[in-house]
Design a protein around this ligand. Structure first.
Ligand code: TYC
Length: 116
């Protein structure tokens, strides 16, 4: 394994699991895989009001007012910023919520996701 681990971390060693009394040591390795994570990004534009972006960061991404303002200003200055990191389904849902909320208010705000 390229990260140096043996892939048995989440299930323990398992050397005595399923002991059949035959003197043969069996190992069980529960196949629990860590889910891939996705960054949700918001993009800058010239029209969406700053307050609207802050509101989305507070409500959809559960950011404090201070954190929301900081992220919004980062996006305003640098063009793109991270709202959070989530599993695929959660990231996809949040992206859809942002795009739909912006559309409903006729703002061009764009949001996307990217594998970490
Ligand atoms: N640039 C916008 C403005 O000046 C503010 C803004 C910030 C828009 C972040 C989108 O993701 C965004 N009103």
């Amino acid at each position: 394994m390229k990260d140096g681990r043996d892939g048995r971390g989440q299930g323990g060693q398992g050397t005595r699991d399923g002991d059949t009394g035959t003197g043969i040591v069996t190992k069980t390795r529960p196949k629990t895989k860590k889910p891939s994570l996705y960054k949700v990004l918001i993009l800058n534009d010239d029209y969406t009001p700053m307050e609207f972006v802050v509101h989305i960061l507070e409500k959809v991404f559960n950011k404090s007012r201070e954190a929301a303002v900081e992220i919004m200003l980062h996006v305003h200055r640098h063009g793109v910023g991270i709202c959070g990191v989530f599993t695929y389904d959660v990231a996809e849902t949040k992206v859809a919520q942002v795009i739909e909320f912006a559309r409903r208010h006729q703002h061009p705000l764009q949001c996307t996701m990217e594998k970490e």
